[in-house]
Design a protein around this ligand. Structure first.
Ligand code: BTN
Length: 234
């Protein structure tokens, strides 16, 4: 399959690159890097990764059908990563809404969605591949494909599998398929969480996800449909 693909030895951030050049680039342009000097995580955090060991890339989305699905897109990406991990024979995969992929409760992949609706979206993905040691100070324990399989993996092979799947399946936009995969891999299901909505604090239990990709939290007698934000597990 033909797609637009750029690779950098070093860059500030693949997300920033695509955000700065989206007008010149085509839908489904992929940009990867061995090292990012200003890798971005969610909520203004920094995404650090040892040079050459992990897969860091971003994909530009300009197709209006997909740009309008910004709510679904990070979860759709998490599902694509989970399926890739399954194809590598990794077990115990779950997705922590809205977009972390976990293996045995440890984070293996983070996703950062940025952009300007209705013009474009950039989906940035950091997947731990061959890194074996992680800082104890990370917010949540981390793992990598190599740690799970006890062997190193060729990052190029991962790209060759993943990029065409992302294009094919995003184009299909089979939301029911994405939802049903997520429903069987929902890390937060039945967990008690705290969420801040418009400066109001709610505590409740995660009971599912609705058809618009909002997480559902039962707080006393109130069924909340939450479309974004950070949930704190209690
Ligand atoms: C998270 O906080 O979990 C999201 C991390 C996203 C990191 C990726 S690495 C490739 C892309 N470029 C960035 O600067 N960030 C994303």
């Amino acid at each position: 399959m033909n797609y637009h693909y750029l690779h950098f030895d070093e860059i500030d951030s693949t997300n920033v690159y695509l955000k700065n050049s989206y007008q010149l680039l085509d839908n489904f342009t992929f940009v990867s890097a061995d090292y990012q000097s200003k890798g971005k995580g969610r909520n203004d955090r920094v995404w650090e990764s040892v040079k050459g060991l992990n897969l860091m890339f971003s994909v530009l989305i300009k197709d209006p059908r997909l740009v309008n699905e910004s709510n679904a897109l990070s979860l759709m990406t998490a599902v694509e990563i989970s399926k890739l991990l399954e194809s590598c024979n990794i077990k115990n995969i779950s997705i922590k809404w809205p977009n972390d992929v976990l293996v045995n409760d440890k984070k293996i992949c983070g996703i950062l969605l940025e952009g300007q609706i209705p013009n474009y979206l950039v989906v940035g993905i950091g997947l731990n591949v061959n890194q074996k040691e992680f800082l104890e100070s990370l917010r949540r324990p981390a793992t990598s494909i190599a740690n799970e399989l006890n062997k190193d993996i060729d990052i190029e092979v991962i790209k060759e599998k993943l990029f065409p799947n992302i294009i094919n399946n995003f184009n299909k936009l089979d939301k029911d398929e994405y939802l049903s995969y997520f429903r069987t891999h929902n890390y937060l299901l039945n967990k008690r969480v705290k969420v801040n909505i418009n400066h109001q604090l709610f505590i409740g239990e995660v009971v599912g996800i609705d058809d618009n990709f909002n997480i559902q939290i039962l707080s006393h007698d109130l069924l909340l449909h939450v479309d974004s934000g950070e949930l704190e597990i209690l």
